[in-house]
Design a binder for this molecule. Structure first.
Ligand SMILES: Nc1ncnc2c1ncn2[C@@H]1O[C@H](COP(=O)(O)OP(=O)(O)O)[C@@H](O)[C@H]1O
Ligand SMILES: [Mg+2]
Length: 600
């Protein structure tokens, strides 16, 4: 045990004179309450410590102690279904969220233990050696820690055991004994090792049409959601947490007000997971460092969250991490950096902001685990740029590291058009690669329809500008048709309420059917207009209304109603009579299938 004495303290940062050896990243206890801290810098006989708890009352002369262990979090079966602070200490009551001063960890109680190995077996690092089942019944895997291996000398019998009880004894090749519990500690800032990183192949199915069908992110990919205040970041992240097809959700509430988390904390326990039938909370770990909690713990929370995600990945699961918001994390980094006396860079953030963001998003991946399984971590970070300015440092740096960028638009949000993802400012760099996946869902036309929709939306922006100047009626009919079809894509496809029982999650099959139906309407409409039907006549079609409302009205398990709608549409168009003799084809009019569509 080494000892140091505080010389200087400012908020969460202190300098202490060391009277013994300390290591970088070592966990320390500060003062009589044994507050949790971490050595972040060594400078001669001075250690610089970041304290993760309220430092009110600490002053020079107070003692700091350390036992050489790195700052770690405990990863185990007690995580799912629970709420933790930024250093994975259990939180009680979000009205007054708190962790008792000096608390390290608390057991989540007993688990039903089931060994998967026998005495004499040789275990490799990262291998599953047992199963653990909590009160809720969800089965989890107990892993050999990544830095351990050896022969099983003893293993507990099936039955109930406490979370931290030793349940397996390993003899390492060098003869050292090691007791394993169901979970293990892991240094908070160290990425967990894998055997290999694998190429991503499938998209994360989010259940949100504008994301899955227009701007998909890979399972194991990374996405950012920049958006000004009130544009729907939190609602969208919650919708993803509820509806996406990951096995485990890590939800990080980072620096936002406590009530921003209310949705997750109040609603999740009441919802069921459509995939398992169990409570949705059972696949969820919530990590919360709200704005009223210590700022240094907020800085650490993003590392805790991604490490937890990697822990479940290592069990062969697909994990999605939602962070709300990375801007508040960056602000914590800025505040702590200021206390270190570091020179501020752009926007007052430390110069290493960009590399920290890169390191974070780099941890998104599909991997071959140490045990030879396959798992993934998908990272989705909300960004709340001050006054909605996307050129600020956190947004612009993040943009360099993510593959999907879902920009929320103030105008759309003000018009209550949700999700307010802006179809022209958003992009998905991996989209093309998902065509085979969609084809496997029976949607071989996906890429073509996607391009068609995006082109329409692009043209809409141009034409609306023009229409504002010369008036909509002065546009050639062909362009009026483009505006009409773009509006249909917006209303019938992109609009999706997070609060609609039927529509808050949309299956890939329903998305595909809706996309095809709208594509068909557009094809019919183009033919009709080319044959002399005026676009205004389209607005009077009886099938238009059900088409616009199909998202809210046709549930995932009632897709035959879309087939009926399609037949009605065919009939109605067949009966349309041109109002006048067709004009000469409008050769100069842009065609919606133009191939120069920017691939976003
Ligand atoms: N997808 C959505 N569906 C329906 N309403 C939404 C949606 N997204 C946002 N809203 C509305 O906008 C409000 C603000 O959204 P919120 O997610 O809290 O914004 P932010 O987190 O960006 O500040 C919500 O309370 C809700 O009324
Ligand atoms: Mg919010």
């Amino acid at each position: 045990m080494s000892r140091a004495v505080i010389r200087w303290i400012s908020g969460p940062v202190l300098h202490a004179r060391a009277e013994g050896p300390f290591a970088l990243r070592e966990a320390v206890r500060v003062g009589p309450q044994a507050l949790l801290g971490e050595v972040v810098r060594l400078d001669g006989d001075t250690i610089v410590v970041q304290v993760y708890e309220d430092t009110t009352g600490l002053r020079p002369g107070v003692e700091v102690t350390g036992d050489g262990q790195a700052l770690s979090i405990h990863l185990g079966p007690g995580l799912l279904g629970h709420i933790f602070d930024g250093l994975l200490r259990p939180l009680s009551g979000l009205d007054t969220p708190h962790v008792a001063p000096g608390m390290r960890r608390a057991s989540a109680g007993e688990f039903q233990f089931g060994p998967l190995v026998a005495v004499g077996d040789e275990l490799a690092a990262g291998q599953a050696f047992a199963e653990a089942r909590g009160a809720s019944g969800r089965r989890q895997t107990c892993l050999v820690p990544p830095a351990a291996e050896g022969r099983v000398a003893a293993i507990a019998a099936a039955g109930h055991h406490g979370e931290f009880d030793p349940v397996c004894t390993l003899i390492a090749p060098d003869g050292t004994r090691r007791e394993l519990a169901m979970g293990h500690d892991w240094p908070v800032r160290v990425p967990r090792p894998v055997r290999a990183r694998l190429p991503a192949g499938a998209p994360l199915v989010t259940g949100q049409r504008i994301l899955d069908s227009l701007f998909p992110v890979a399972l194991g990919g990374k996405a950012a959601i920049p958006g000004g205040f009130g544009t729907g970041k939190t609602v969208l992240l919650e919708a993803l947490a509820k509806g996406c097809n990951a096995d485990v959700i890590v939800y990080l509430g980072c620096g936002e007000r406590g009530n921003e988390l209310a949705g997750v904390l109040e609603e999740f326990p009441t919802l069921t997971d459509p995939r398992t039938g169990g409570p949705l909370m059972e696949r969820t770990v919530v990590i919360a460092n709200t704005s009223n909690m210590p700022v240094a713990a907020r800085e650490a929370s993003i590392y805790s969250a991604v490490t937890v995600a990697e822990y479940f990945r290592d069990q062969g699961l697909d994990v999605a991490l939602m962070a709300d918001s990375t801007s508040r994390w960056a602000e914590a980094l800025r505040e702590v950096s200021g206390r270190f006396g570091e020179l501020p860079g752009e926007g007052g953030y430390p110069a290493y902001l960009s590399s920290r963001l890169a390191d974070f998003y780099e941890r998104a991946a599909v991997v071959e685990t140490l045990a030879g399984g396959r798992g993934s971590v998908t990272l989705i970070g909300a960004i709340s740029p001050p006054s909605g300015d996307f050129s600020e440092p956190v947004t612009s740096h993040t943009k360099r590291y993510v593959r999907a960028y879902w920009a929320l638009d103030v105008k759309r949000a003000q018009a209550r058009f949700y999700p307010a993802v802006h179809p022209l400012q958003s992009y998905a760099e991996d989209a093309r690669g998902f065509a085979p996946w969609w084809a496997g869902q029976g949607h071989g036309e996906w890429l073509k329809l996607r391009r068609r929709f995006l082109t329409l939306l692009d043209e809409q922006a141009h034409l609306e500008r023009m229409a504002r100047i010369i008036g909509k009626d002065a546009l050639p009919v062909r362009q009026q048709l483009t505006l009409f079809c773009a509006e249909l894509v917006n209303e019938a496809f992109l609009r999706q309420s997070a609060f609609s029982e039927i529509d808050r999650v949309c299956s890939p099959q329903r998305q595909a059917a809706m996309m095809r139906l709208i594509g068909k309407f557009i094809t019919h409409a183009e033919a009709a207009v080319a044959a002399g039907v005026h676009p205004e006549a389209l607005a009077r079609l009886a099938t238009l209304r059900p088409l616009q409302r199909m998202g809210e009205e046709v549930a995932d398990d009632a897709l035959e109603r879309l087939t009926e709608l399609e037949a009605a549409l065919d009939r109605e168009f067949a009966g349309l009579v041109p109002a006048r003799v067709p004009a000469a084809p409008a050769a100069a009019a842009p065609t919606v299938e133009a191939d120069d569509a920017t691939d976003r």
